[in-house]
Design a protein around this ligand. Structure first.
Ligand code: SF4
Length: 319
């Protein structure tokens, strides 16, 4: 029997209450954004921290810290660093400063190019948010067309700026829904930009700090967000039957988001931070563990636990 939306809404609401709290930020790259108050600093740091958010938490934290200290060696703030990249000399200094940086598939030259693109977006549009919402139809169900458009534009700019870097590992930073990818890191960045509460800064929302740079009548709505699906949120979504898809691609992310809209149509990704804690903090493992699952708030809705608890009960009674 599939879970009833009202039961899911209650269980996910309780989970959100438990985990959507400031003291859990230390387990998330969003914590880096909270170190800054200026909205432009936050836009830079959010982009950096979200696009490096692959690999394990320790590795991600180390790499973001490393990138921030290289930025600090060049300018008084991330905002001043990106604004300074209008000058060819500062571009050169940035390329040199990022030499030797490595984060799994990405290298320093990828970050130098990424910040050069961000700088161009600021010069041409006022903010990255302004560029993004310019192609976001206010009536569209999700942000896929706007993200496709931004990534298309940035890929073209990257080829103009530095074709050698653009054709290498840099491409790993620019994922697009149109390619079928679940775009976990961009969905996470956009959740930070499109939701506003104690954790998510919501810089691109109707009351967001960067709204003043946007075209008239444009902003990002929380109802247009898509859940950042990673291996943890993906499998827990499968356990809760929010999707029946096996592969965690863009269609699965949209399907999970659609299911979550049954709980909150205007803000489906509100549950994402809490769901992700279950995996990141190793509170939901890949096996049915009686002592863990019996304490889990999602147990009544978890098909995986129901199936495996029956199996472990059967094997215990047969032996
Ligand atoms: S009941 Fe167990 S398997 Fe299901 S979500 Fe909770 S911890 Fe994970």
């Amino acid at each position: 029997v599939p879970n009833r939306p009202e039961d899911l809404k209650r269980l996910l609401g309780e989970l959100q209450e438990s985990f959507h709290q400031g003291h859990y930020l230390s387990s998330d790259p969003l914590e880096f954004v909270h170190r800054f108050q200026d909205p432009k600093d936050q836009e830079v740091v959010a982009l950096l921290a979200s696009l490096l958010a692959y690999g394990n938490v320790k590795q991600i934290r180390r790499s973001v810290e490393d990138a921030l200290s290289r930025i600090a060696s060049l300018a008084a703030s991330p905002r001043q660093f990106v604004e300074g990249l209008a000058s060819p000399e500062r571009r050169k200094a940035s390329e040199l400063a990022f030499r030797g940086f490595v984060h799994r598939f990405n290298v320093g030259a990828d970050l130098a190019l990424l910040f050069a693109l961000l700088s161009r977006s600021w010069r041409e549009h006022g903010s990255l948010g302004a560029q993004f919402v310019a192609s976001l139809d206010p009536g569209t169900e999700n942000f896929a067309p706007a993200l496709d458009s931004l990534i298309r534009q940035w890929r073209a700019w990257a080829r103009e700026e530095d074709p050698r870097v653009a054709s290498g590992s840099f491409g790993y930073l620019l994922t697009a829904p149109g390619d079928g990818s679940c775009c976990k890191r961009w969905c996470m960045f956009l959740r930070w930009m499109g939701r506003k509460d104690a954790l998510d800064p919501g810089l691109w929302t109707e009351s967001g700090a960067l709204r003043g740079t946007f075209p008239e009548g444009r902003w990002l709505k929380s109802s247009q967000l898509v859940i950042p699906l990673d291996t943890h949120t993906g499998r827990i979504s499968q356990y809760l039957e929010l999707t029946r898809r096996k592969s965690l691609n863009w269609l699965a992310a949209v399907e999970v988001t659609q299911s979550l809209k049954g709980c909150d149509p205007s803000d489906p990704t509100r549950y994402d931070f809490a769901l992700a804690r279950l995996g990141i903090l190793d509170l939901c493992q890949r096996k049915y563990r009686k002592h863990i699952c019996e304490k889990c708030q999602l147990l009544p809705a978890c098909r995986f636990a129901r199936k495996h608890s029956r199996a472990s009960f059967r094997s215990a009674t047969e032996s």
